[in-house]
Design a protein around this ligand. Structure first.
Ligand code: DC
Length: 229
């Protein structure tokens, strides 16, 4: 049998606001690896469904299969291009996140995104950020991390991000939205948000981002040895 993941993959799953995105970008920079922000794929489908008022399930699956997406390195983040248009900011909107969570409950949509996600595994390695990276998309990954943090702490982080961008934010509303989205992501039958049996749980509630990155780097050097030095 051929080796399913000859390219080393580190999966980082967990609820929104647990720090997955930042941790993956910082680790990718340290290791010189690629990043898959799988949530952005669900957000890209949601953005198009909202903009074009698409409600039909088979049309949504078509979007998942055929959309023309490109990720360009842009300093401390990735620029997201959809059909040649920069949608980096547009996909972050709360309304798009909520729609993405709804769309992500669809098994055919998840199936349509599988190959696209697996194609991100290219040498020298991949940091895969999402909800089902360790359970479904890269089940053979040699290191699986599950990041958590309390809903209050995650909402505070989101609140700060919004305020830093000069946007309006309401902390109790953010806590309620995060909890609702967690519930929807965890209770759906298709690839629910849960830690893989062999994942390492890291609670980031009282940890700074550098501490989280150091912890994962340490685990990566133990598990992956030569591929990360
Ligand atoms: O991580 P995020 O907030 O950008 O993700 C947006 C939504 O997409 C989230 O509510 C759950 C869904 N998602 C998913 O179901 N599976 C993934 N691998 C990534 C995201």
């Amino acid at each position: 049998m051929s080796e399913p993941h000859a390219v080393p993959v580190i999966t980082v799953d967990g609820p929104g606001g647990s720090g997955k995105g930042t941790v993956c970008l910082l680790l990718a920079e340290k290791l010189g690896w690629h990043v898959l922000d799988s949530g952005s794929l669900y957000r890209l489908i949601a953005l198009q469904a909202l903009q074009q008022n698409i409600k039909n399930d088979s049309q949504i699956v078509e979007l998942a299969r055929d959309m023309d997406v490109e990720y360009l390195p842009a300093g401390d983040h990735l620029q997201i291009m959809l059909q040649g248009r920069d949608v980096t900011e547009a996909v972050r909107a709360e309304a798009v996140g909520n729609k993405a969570s709804e769309i992500a409950a669809s098994a055919p949509v998840r199936q349509a995104l599988l190959r696209r996600q697996r194609e991100f595994a290219r040498p020298p390695g991949l940091l895969a950020d999402g909800r089902d990276m360790g359970t479904v998309v890269f089940p053979q990954a040699p290191l699986k991390i599950f990041l958590t943090a309390s809903a209050e702490e995650r909402a505070k982080r989101r609140y700060k991000q919004l305020k830093d961008k000069g946007m309006d934010a309401n902390l109790p509303a953010l806590v309620a939205e995060l909890e609702a989205r967690d519930r929807r992501d965890s209770e759906r039958s298709a690839a629910p948000l849960k830690a893989a049996d062999d994942a390492v749980l890291v609670d980031t509630t009282d940890m700074g981002i550098d501490e989280v990155v150091d912890r994962v780097m340490h685990m990566a050097s133990l598990r992956l040895g030569g591929s990360v030095v």
